[in-house]
Structure formats: structure tokens, C-alpha cells
Design a protein around this ligand. Structure first.
Ligand code: ADP
Ligand code: ZN
Length: 739
């Protein structure tokens, strides 16, 4: 193999370096290999990106070692990393870090090693008789071992013979049994069993859609991305399952991306039930795995044992070979966007990966993002539709309640209508979901006398009062302090609690309906590892009457007995300084409403709002995606907002306000030089969250119809500038959060 290699050195983002390959490593090394190498004064790791017959360098240093038997990164994923670096204006090294999880990169974690036991030699009858007399327990273990064809795990042997490990050890010491090391992958689903799930007979509309998906999966020619717009409960998941089956039948693998928050046991089970029972290994990748589990899942994929991967954002980099299909469920979800460098969007990366590997890609949603929908309208994606719910189930009836009138009547957080509706459900023993996308008890504390608001000392945001902890907590930086009994400024005791969170809803509902079983599901209530699963199970089995929650309960849950969904405050997302505020509100209302009426009985949704006639709320009420997208796209086009342009958001932040602002000014001035034609460059301004975690933040926005040119211009301009040491500049291409 090569005499020299070009290497991306870990945590050295700026350059690639050439190294010489000593003869001993020539066989093992290849593109994508992880190598140990000398760098400056120390030894570190790097990734081989190119093989060279000669190097232009004076005298390259030598590689010290090669990690693993085979290259860890597939060349195609390296190519993907290069694209990310270009598009998202980030160092290649940062992008390569994405395609290789940390546990693999470091090469420290191996498979779990366990002790296995087998008989040391055939045991004669005489020996057996003697053993029975002296140590009957040990004899039983020997008998059990005689029946085995292969060594048994020590733990398993102990369990199956109901004996202690000491008994088994004694056998080893006497020379009857011997131990060996067994390598077993950890299984995140250990101890769980699955009921086999048979494919449903497809509805007519499903069959039509599946036909087109299958066609794309099997096509040899260049493939068009597919956008499946299917109302909630229309059976999109069945399409995913069938299309994956098609890929498997043709020897290809599949990746399914789901939003982190929807990665519930319920979702993964549906995939595992269908495939795991048919002998296919399904790997899962998400942020709650231990390092060991992550390592093993990744190895299962890399070695080809698992041909199906289901996971959150980062699973888009799963090293599946011969990929046939990528599914992105709930493609509009903002959790696909990574909020740290590299700030990639997994859906967009998936589309690019699919193109590079010529595999089919299927984006699915009940509320497609306007980015994807516009691509479909423009003919870049092919639009597939499921307009009806399965079994002709009706879409839930959505009623909007004018909270301005309710307030006049003296209602608190619960309108009269919603109150009555819950009451009726309790009588009929049907279940209710109450949704409020805000944690805590009250969202701010205000002094009625001097107007002082308790604010986070590090962020420009009021602190949220958490009643059970009796503390004020900042939801951005986590700062907490004891809740004051009187105004910290003027000592007036009349401090008021304003704005309700889920904790308050739970409290109020508990008081109003003392007999009902109420549970809360949000990040505060779900800190224990199994709390989420337990609560869902209790809800599914009818042990909970009313479930109160944040967006944690908005996605992908399927409970046939839920006939009422109450949205406590539909206006929360509407008033954010964000051009997507309307889109977010429409999506959230539609998704939450979709939790109702998934069984035999028709569902009802009550939406409480202070702006009941807002178009986003009205279109959601009428299940009118078409009306919504038409109006919203017109507005975006007129204002040059995405999806008609691409946006780049740059932040300069520093503990010193002047330096942050000065850096943003300088950067904006330099960006103006040689700015690609047709770019809209905004003036630097304080970010909506002006202070965050103790930093002052200034931002610059750029918009253009030609993103790659602009990305390069931004990256090159920043590379040429030096900022004061305490100033950090971040670049976000296609940003989701504008705060
Ligand atoms: P979506 O993802 O579009 O919201 P789901 O895939 O969750 O919808 O489907 C809703 C329900 O309908 C699920 O319980 C699913 O098992 C069931 N289902 C899907 N397809 C069929 C079918 N062809 N026949 C009967 N039931 C189906
Ligand atoms: Zn804070």
C-alpha cells in the first residue's frame, strides 16, 4: 500500500498533515484508518484521508501505529464529512468527528468480556458418583454442563442451576471445569422480549405510496428524494416498515432517523417487533446509551451484523454498507439540527448522503417543513400523500377557545369548556392529554410594588419558579437560587407569580379533579432513568387519567383511549422574534392534536388562545396544511426568507460587551468586501437573547439564494481575521434557533 498518507489530526482543525508509513503497517493501513502518530511534542490520533505515493513535504514523520484491523471510517463518509465542512463552514476535522463516535475514535472501549465455563474433560461415572456424595451441588452443575454444546456464561450457568459462583469456582479449582473469556456485545434491550408484529394489510392509498417508494428503492438510475406528507394516524410507519423490508430483501441496509424526543420505547419497539423477530438485528443509536452500548451498537453496524439502524440525529452517519434506504420521520423536527459545531441538519445531510450513495431517501411528516415542501413544489423532491387516517378514522375536531373572554369571566388557566370536557372524559373513563410547552410552576416572579422581575444573573431572561424544589431556575444556563418570599429589591411581600408552566397545570388539575390520577411528563419529572417508560406504560394501561406534559408528549405517541387533548396556551411560540414562529405553532398544534382520537372513539381537541384568529391557529383548526403553506410561502417569498433564501447566522460573544459588539462590527465590515451578488447582509445587532450564560452576544444575519458561495465567503473572511482572545465567533448555516 502507500508510502505516505495524508492525515487529519484530531483536534487540530486547520490543516492536514503528511506522514510516512513504515513497512510493517503497509498491509493494514487504508483510507479511513485511525492511526497513532507523533504531533508536535506528543503522541495523538488521526484519520487517514488520502494515500500518497510521494509527499511534497520535506521529511514527513512516521506513523506509530494503526488502530484496529480495518479502517474505521468508510471513504464515503469521509466524502460526506468534506461536504459538511464546505456547506456548514466548519473545519473538516470537526465534521470527521461526527462520522466517528467518540468511543470508536478513542479506541478505548472494547466489547464486554465475560467469563464462560465448560467441562475441562469428560467426567467418568466413578468421578461423578464420588462428586455426588461429597458435593451434590457441584455434581448438579457438572450434569448441566454435560448437556451443553458450547461454553456457558458464568452468570447464566449460575442462574440456570441455581448455584452460587463459589460452587462453580470450586469445580474449576478441582480441574473438572475450565473458564474462558467470552466476548458478548451489550444489548440495550437485554431482558426484553418482543411480540412478533405482522405486516398490516395495506390500505389502498398506502399501497399506492409504497409502490412508489419501492420503485425508488429498487431503481438503478439516479433517485429523487421522496417527501411523504401523511396526516397524523395515516399509517406512515407501516410504509417505512415495508420499504425497509424491500431493501432487506434485496440485500441492502436501512437507516431510520427519528427525533430524539420521539425515540420512545414505543417507536423502537415497532421496528424491532417487525424485524428482530424475523432474525434481523436492529441497532439503535441515541444519546441515552452508555459508552459501552454505543460502542457495541456501532460495531454491530460496522461489521454488518446489524443491517437496520434506528436512531436520532447522529445515526445519519451510521456506517451501513450498501445502503438501500434512509427514512427521516417527522422531518420538520428541529431536533435534527445540531446546535453546536458542526451545526448540521441531519435531514439535509441525509439527503446528501443518499445522493452520494445513490440510495432512496424518504422524508415523512404530517406537517412538512416549508423547506422540504417547497423542494417538492419545485420538483426537486417527489411528493407522496396520505390524506386519510387508517380505517377512515376521522381527524379530531379542533375547537379554539378565546381566552380573552374567559379571562373576563374570571377563568384561570382552565377555561370553562376545557373543564367540562375533562369532567366528561373522567366520567366515561376515557383519557386526557394536557399540553403546555413550558416547564416549572410560574414563569416569572414580579414585584407588584416596584415592578422588579427576578432575572437570571447570567442571561437576559426571567427565572422560572419551580414549586417542588422551591427554587428559581434559569432554563438556559441552569442557574438556581432560593425563591424569595419578598421582593429582593424593595422588600415588599407582594411578589406575584406570573405565567403558568406544567407544574402549575398539574397542581391546578389535581385540585379541581381530586379523584383523577394526574401525572406530569416533562424534563423535571422524568429525571430518573426509567420514569419515562414507566409513566407511558401506566398511561397505556389506563392507570393514569390525565397526562400533563411538554413537547415530550407531543410526538409519536399512540394511545387509543385518549379522546381529549387540551392545549393550555397555543400562543407561546407565536410571539418569538422568529420568522418561523407561525410555522412552529402550526406544526405543534397539528402534532399535539394528532394524539387524539387514535382509537375507535372520535377525538376532540380544545385549543386555548389569546389570539384565536391567528392564521396558524385557524389553519391548524381546519387541518388545512395546503392553506397554511400557501399563505406562509407567499410571505417568505416576499420577505426573502427561507426556503427562498438560505440564511447564515453569525454570533460574536464575549464576557465584555464592547468587545463582542466591536468584533461583530469589524466582521460585518469585512464581510461586505467581496460579498457575493444578491446577498442580503443585516447590520450587526444585539441578539434577541443579548446575554446568555454570562456572555454578551451580537449577531449578523446573511441571506442568499446561493449558499455554497456565501458559506465559503464567510469562512474565508473569518479565517483571515483575528479576534480578541475572549471573543468567540460561531457560524450557523441554515439556523433554526434565531435567539
Ligand atoms: P402515522 O405515523 O401516520 O401517524 P401510524 O403509522 O402510527 O400513523 O399508524 C396509525 C395506526 O394505524 C397504528 O396503530 C398502525 O399500527 C395502524 N395501521 C397502519 N397501517 C394500517 C393498515 N393498513 N391497516 C390497519 N391498521 C394500520
Ligand atoms: Zn441563565
Amino acid at each position: 500500500m502507500p508510502a505516505f498518507v495524508r492525515v487529519i489530526v484530531d483536534h487540530s482543525p486547520d490543516k492536514e498533515f503528511d506522514y510516512a508509513v513504515p513497512d510493517v503497517f503497509r498491509e493494514k493501513i487504508g483510507i479511513g484508518s485511525r492511526v497513532r502518530l507523533p504531533f508536535r511534542e506528543r503522541e495523538t490520533l488521526g484519520t487517514v484521508v488520502q494515500a500518497l505515493d510521494e509527499s511534497g513535504w520535506e521529511s514527513p514523520r512516521e506513523i506509530l501505529g494503526v488502530v484496529g484491523e480495518h479502517p474505521a471510517v468508510r471513504p464515503r463518509l469521509l466524502e460526506l464529512a468534506r461536504w459538511m465542512s464546505d456547506y456548514y463552514a466548519c473545519p473538516v476535522e470537526a465534521a470527521v468527528r461526527c462520522v466517528l463516535p467518540q468511543v470508536i475514535r478513542k479506541g478505548e472501549t472494547g466489547f464486554r468480556q465475560q467469563i464462560a465455563v465448560a467441562l475441562a474433560h469428560p467426567i467418568s461415572d466413578d468421578e461423578m458418583t464420588a462428586l455426588r456424595r461429597k458435593a451434590p451441588r457441584q455434581a448438579e452443575v457438572v450434569q448441566h454442563l454435560q448437556k451443553q454444546k458450547a461454553p456457558l456464561l458464568l452468570t447464566q450457568l449460575a442462574a440456570e442451576t441455581a448455584s452460587s459462583e463459589a460452587t462453580i469456582k470450586a469445580l474449576v479449582e478441582k480441574g473438572f471445569a475450565k473458564t474462558s473469556i467470552a466476548i458478548r456485545p451489550r444489548d440495550p434491550f437485554e431482558g426484553e422480549s418482543f411480540v412478533e408484529s405482522k405486516p398490516h394489510e395495506l390500505s389502498e392509498q398506502q399501497a399506492k405510496v409504497l409502490g412508489m417508494v419501492d420503485h425508488t428503492v429498487l431503481a438503478e438510475s439516479e433517485k429523487q428524494p421522496l417527501l411523504l406528507h401523511g396526516v397524523t394516524g395515516s399509517g406512515k410507519t407501516e410504509i417505512y416498515l415495508r420499504a425497509i423490508q424491500t431493501a432487506l430483501d434485496h440485500g441492502k441496509g436501512a437507516i431510520v432517523l427519528v427525533p430524539e424526543i420521539a425515540l420512545t420505547p414505543q417507536t423502537t419497539e415497532r421496528f424491532r417487533e417487525r424485524f428482530a423477530t424475523a432474525g434481523h438485528s436492529v441497532a439503535v443509536l441515541h444519546s441515552h446509551l452508555s459508552a459501552g452500548e454505543r460502542h457495541d451498537e456501532w460495531q454491530k453496524i460496522h461489521s454488518g451484523t446489524a443491517r437496520i439502524v434506528i436512531g436520532a440525529r447522529s445515526a445519519v452517519f451510521a456506517p451501513i454498507e450498501n445502503l438501500g434506504l434512509i427514512v427521516v420521520d417527522e422531518e420538520h423536527e428541529n431536533s435534527y439540527k445540531q446546535e453546536e459545531t458542526p451545526r448540521y441538519h441531519a435531514r439535509d445531510v441525509a439527503v446528501v448522503r443518499a445522493k452520494m450513495e445513490n440510495c432512496a431517501i424518504l422524508l415523512g411528516s404530517a406537517t412538512p417543513s416549508l423547506e422540504s415542501y417547497r423542494n417538492a413544489l419545485a420538483g426537486k423532491y417527489k411528493l407522496l400523500e396520505l390524506k386519510e387516517r387508517i380505517d377512515d378514522r376521522k381527524m379530531p375536531i379542533i375547537r379554539v377557545i378565546d381566552m380573552r373572554q374567559e379571562s373576563r369571566k374570571g377563568a384561570g388557566i382552565l377555561s370553562g369548556r376545557l373543564h367540562t370536557a375533562i369532567e366528561t372524559r373522567l366520567e366515561k373513563r376515557e383519557q386526557t392529554i394536557l399540553f403546555l410547552n413550558r416547564r416549572g410552576f410560574s414563569t416569572s416572579l414580579i414585584c407588584s410594588k416596584c415592578g422588579h422581575v427576578c432575572q437570571c444573573p447570567n442571561c437576559s431572561l426571567p427565572l422560572t419558579y419551580h414549586r417542588s424544589a422551591a427554587r428559581l431556575i434559569c432554563h438556559i444556563c441552569g442557574h438556581t437560587e432560593v425563591a424569595p418570599g419578598k421582593c429582593p429589591e424593595c422588600s415588599d411581600p407582594g411578589i406575584r407569580h406570573v405565567g403558568a408552566g406544567t407544574e402549575k397545570v398539574e397542581h391546578v388539575i389535581g385540585k379541581v379533579f381530586p379523584k383523577a390520577v394526574v401525572r406530569r411528563m416533562d424534563a423535571d419529572a422524568m429525571t430518573r432513568k426509567d420514569a419515562y417508560r414507566e409513566t407511558l406504560n401506566a398511561f397505556r394501561t389506563g392507570k393514569i387519567d390525565i397526562l400533563v406534559g411538554t413537547q415530550m408528549i407531543a410526538k409519536g405517541l399512540h394511545f387509543p383511549n385518549v379522546t381529549l387533548v387540551g392545549i393550555i396556551n397555543a400562543d407561546l411560540a407565536l410571539h418569538l422574534p422568529d420568522f418561523r414562529a407561525g410555522e412552529r405553532t402550526f406544526q405543534l398544534l397539528t402534532q399535539v392534536a394528532g394524539r387524539a382520537g387514535r382509537g375507535e372513539i372520535e377525538g376532540e381537541v380544545l385549543v386555548q388562545s389569546h389570539t384565536p384568529f391567528h392564521p396558524s391557529i385557524q389553519f391548524a383548526r381546519q387541518h388545512d396544511f395546503d392553506g397554511f403553506q400557501e399563505q406562509e410561502l407567499e410571505f417568505r417569498d416576499k420577505c426573502d426568507y427561507p426556503p427562498y433564501t438560505h440564511m447564515i447566522l453569525i454570533h460574536a460573544r464575549s464576557p465584555h460587551e464592547m468587545r463582542a459588539s466591536f468584533s461583530a462590527e469589524t466582521l460585518a465590515r469585512r464581510l461586505r468586501e467581496g460579498l457575493p451578488d444578491g446577498t442580503i447582509l443585516g447590520d450587526p445587532a444585539p441578539a434577541p437573547l443579548e446575554r446568555l450564560k454570562g456572555f454578551f452576544r451580537f449577531h449578523i444575519t446573511l441571506r442568499s439564494r446561493q449558499i455554497l458561495k456565501l458559506s465559503r465567503h464567510v469562512r474565508d473572511t473569518i479565517a483571515k481575521l483575528t479576534f480578541p482572545e475572549d471573543v468567540q465567533v460561531t457560524v450557523d448555516v441554515d439556523p433554526f434557533s434565531l435567539l
